[in-house]
Design a protein around this ligand. Structure first.
Ligand code: SAM
Length: 219
């Protein structure tokens, strides 16, 4: 209850649509051509909106090749109840405002929940294909990164958006250093719009698009 009360779980499918446009048109295609795998980690994923949004893009990009390309998307959050909702994969129409019709039609199933307190309610359930691409787990970013620290180069896309702002300077720097260690050369990091990297960490990355918080590890 304390964790629920202290954490801010504002999120959205395709939050900051321009970020997703750039991931779809440039970042993910480059990662697909440069690596034989796509291992994505969404840190602080709230109710699963971010990892599921990425899964929809990857599904569309890989189409028939999906079976032959190694794709693993992990979403972690410290709030167990948020993760439980993400695993259920059920969202109201209001929660899906930013989702394009093509994804609503191809990645969700509209169902009616009879047992809702105010009578039957229309909800959208993530389909099994998208669900099977995403693993959601309850875990703390700090401990999670410490545990994975030795698995160098094990992810090629890490999203840590709108979480760093809640950390103090020392914790933010440690977190970013651990993220840096997990990424291979040409691996990508995405942070939130209002989050900045300290200069020593920033110097390890190229900013892929001017003004956008999408970084590619340069060495
Ligand atoms: C503002 S939301 C951002 C969600 C998503 N990344 C986005 O940008 O839309 C921040 C999320 O980080 C989670 N969080 C905060 N501290 C965390 C920690 N130490 N470990 C894991 N998750 C954490 C919160 O529970 C919350 O769901």
């Amino acid at each position: 209850m304390l964790i629920r009360a202290l954490t801010i779980k504002v999120s959205n499918f395709f939050r900051n649509p321009l970020v997703y446009e750039l991931l779809f048109s440039s970042v993910l295609p480059q990662l697909i051509s440069e690596f034989s795998f796509l291992k994505v980690w969404s840190l602080g994923c709230a109710y699963g909106e971010e990892p599921y949004s990425i899964a929809m893009l990857i599904r569309e990009l890989l189409k028939k090749d999906k079976g032959t390309f190694d794709v693993r998307i992990t979403g972690t959050d410290i709030d167990a109840a948020a993760i439980e909702k993400g695993v259920r994969g059920e969202y109201s129409a209001d929660e899906l405002e930013e989702v394009k019709k093509k994804y609503l039609d191809s990645c969700f199933q509209k169902v009616s929940r009879q047992a809702a307190p105010d009578g039957p309610e229309e909800i959208y359930r993530i389909n099994n294909e998208i669900k099977s691409m995403v693993r959601l787990e309850c875990s703390d970013i700090v401990r999670g990164l410490e545990t994975k620290k030795k698995q160098l180069n094990s992810y090629n896309l890490i999203l840590c958006r709108n979480v760093l702002i809640y950390m103090d300077k020392a914790l933010r720097e440690d977190t970013l250093r651990n993220i840096l260690a997990l990424l291979p050369e040409k691996g990508c990091l995405v942070t939130g719009e209002s989050e900045t990297l300290p200069s020593d960490i920033r110097s390890e990355f190229l900013q892929v698009f001017p003004g956008m918080k999408i970084y590619k590890k340069s060495r």
